[in-house]
Every structure is written in structure tokens, then in C-alpha cells.
Design a protein around this ligand. Sequence first.
Ligand SMILES: Cc1ncc(COP(=O)(O)O)c(C=O)c1O
Length: 428
Amino acid sequence: MTKNADLLARRNLAVARGVANMHNIYAERAENAEVWDVDGRRYIDFAGGIGVLNTGHRHPKVMAAVQRQMEQYTHTCFQVLPYEPYVALAERLNSLAPGDAPNKTLFLTTGAEAVENAVKIARAHTGRPAVIAFNGGYHGRTMMTLGLTGKVVPYKAGFGPFPGEIYHAPFPIEVHGISVDQSMAAVNNLFKADVEPARVAAIIIEPVQGEGGFYVAPPEFLKRLRALCDDHGILLIADEVQAGAGRTGRLFAMEHSGVVPDLTTLAKSIAGGFPISAVVGRADIMDSVGPGGLGGTYAGSPLGCAAALAVLDVFEEEGILERSLALGERLISRLRSMAQSYACIGDVRGLGSMVAMELFKTVDGKPVADADLTRQLVVKAAERGLILLSCGMYGNVIRILVPITGSNEVVDEGLDIIEGCLESLVQG
Ligand SMILES: Cc1ncc(COP(=O)(O)O)c(C=O)c1O
């Protein structure tokens, strides 16, 4: 029996079924954009632990910073005995976040917790209850964030009721026939049919939908949402848990549109593999919550703060944003050239290195999302040594979250595997 098979058998007996595994490949060690499993097989990692590893597995500077921190203290709880790395990281994010107004920051542990707290802050600031989110959006697995998430299966089914006063509108996706005008009309229709704007605390949006399918919010849409929020005293929350931390070629994805949100949530790649999340926002809004209203035992852990400070150093010292743009161009041009040969690739898109391709089949002369082919591609790629991730409302999107620090050789090797798999799955 292989070690992977043995671990799978143990896992099936010991671990809750609800935690699905995309691959039955047990990791043993990892370095930058490569992972080796317990049976000694090497894989190229195009998943990055779902967008956590923009600076790669075990970046030496991140590892050294965490090691230094471990020698000093690992936990005091910021609310009990505060520490400098928390303050230093807040100062740094405050100055980097979009907008001219002074910012303040709160640290937590997970992306969902950041979103929960952004909603708490928005409600405290506005004194209003309602939140508007978008179809296909993903905000986490806690009750509020599941409520905000705009996809029922597999996330929400069976877990309700969710907190009240959450409303959804369609996200503008041209390739699926939803225009910016239609999305705006749907938001305005919520004000007619469901909730008056004066009851709405916030609109939350991912500048690039992550789990939903790597759809980029058109800048025009973000601008119109900003204007709508300003007209009605509603706060705009940018959920940058997946799109942030340089993935799109800017530290904050919202920078591409020039739209300044009131609050931003961050997590995943801000700390290169260590669990920490943040809400960054306008100081007057952040300070709407009184002392004791925010926090958490592990929130803003010293190890997470040390890792995130090192990640920001790496961004500055190693030109990660420029590399993200160049990597994005490399990925897009190669996938577009594959699309010339494989008709199943119906759309290739991205912002910076947040890149995806969408797979279709033709039924009765019309393109239909091909979730089966997408699943087969993920399985076959793993057989050939590439870890891929799918996503999307229709399960037909292959997204690429390879470490931005991955070398061109390794990235090209991964792309070659994708092409080889497509060749054998659809025979050109
Ligand atoms: C946009 C977005 N928000 C929130 C979350 C939830 O983050 P976490 O899984 O760390 O709770 C995710 C996770 O994928 C995400 O992509």
C-alpha cells in the first residue's frame, strides 16, 4: 500500500466527511511552486493552497521572520498584552491601502472572520442592518459569510437559516450575458422590491470573484456602485481575501479601478501561509466600534504579523507586483494560444496573475458550461504532476493561483501539462 493510500484509509475513518479533499495526495514538503508528496512524487502547485502562496511555499524571508518571532514569543493575545508587530503591520497596511483619508486596521485569523467583522463595523457605523452581496460571490463558511455567499451548493445547502437582511444581486459577467446595466438595475430593484436604501449598511463585492469563477468586476460597475453608496450613505466593502496581496498586479485589486472602498478585507497571501486576516478601512468608520467590540484570542497572532511584515518586504525587495503582471501575461498568452487549438476553451481572462480559463461544450449549437471536462482535467493534471483548482458557479473554470515567485520554467512545465491533458481528453 502506498503511503497516500494508507493515509486516505486513516483519513476516511478519522476525519469528517464534510471536509472534501480535491486530491488524495498527502503533502510531505514544499518549496516555492513545487510540492512533494509522502510517496516522493513531485507536483507543480498551481493552487497555492487556494491563493495563499503568492510569495511561494516557505519563502526564506518569511520563514526567517517567523523563526525570529518564535524565539521571542508566540502568543500573548493582543487584547491582553499587545505587541509591536501588530502595530507595525497595521501602520504599513494603513499607508498602503487605497484612498487619501487616514486608515486604521483590525487583525483577525481567517478570511471569513475578516468579512464578519467588516459587516459588524459597517452596521455599527451606519446603525443599519442590511447588506447587499452578489450572486456567485464567496465570503466564507461562517453563518454571516455563508449568508453573503451567493452559491447554494455546496456551501449553503442544509445550513440555514442565515442571518437576516442579506440581499443578492447578479454580478456583471459579459460572457454569461449579464451587463453592468443589468446588474445596476438589479441592485436598484432591490431598493424597490426588498429593502429601502436607508436600511442598507453595506454593499460587499469581490473586485475579482474568486470561488465564483475569476470574473473581474468591470471598473465602470465599481464606480457606479461607489456613486450609489455615496448617494445613500451605504458603505462599500471590498472583499480582497483572494484577489488582494498582489495577485492582480497591484497590492489591492481595487486599485485597478481607482475606486476607494470604505472597508477592505484581506487574508490568504498577506502572510505567505500563516493564518492572519485584516480589515483595513477609513479611520472614522473603523473607530465606530467601542473598546471591547472587536478582537479574538488568536486575532492578529504575532507569527501571522511577523510573516505578513516579511511578505510586504518581499513585495518591495523582489518586485512581486511587476512579476505578477508579467506572469499574468505569460499565462494568458499561453492559454489563449491553447484556445486556438482547443474549442472547449471558451474564455481566457484575468487581472494580473489571477488568471482563469472557462471550458464549454456545444449542445444544440450553443455553448454550455462543461463541468465534467473541467473535473477530468483536474484529475488528469494531478496524475501528470500538476495541482489544479477549478471554480465557478457552473464548475467549469480552471483558475491559476501558482506562486507569483514560481520560475518561468516551472510555470511553463505546468502549462505544458495542461495542454497535454487537453490533448488526451478532447483529442484536439
Ligand atoms: C473572497 C473570499 N472571501 C472570504 C473567504 C474566506 O476565507 P477563509 O477561508 O480564510 O475563511 C475566501 C476564501 O476562499 C474568499 O475567497
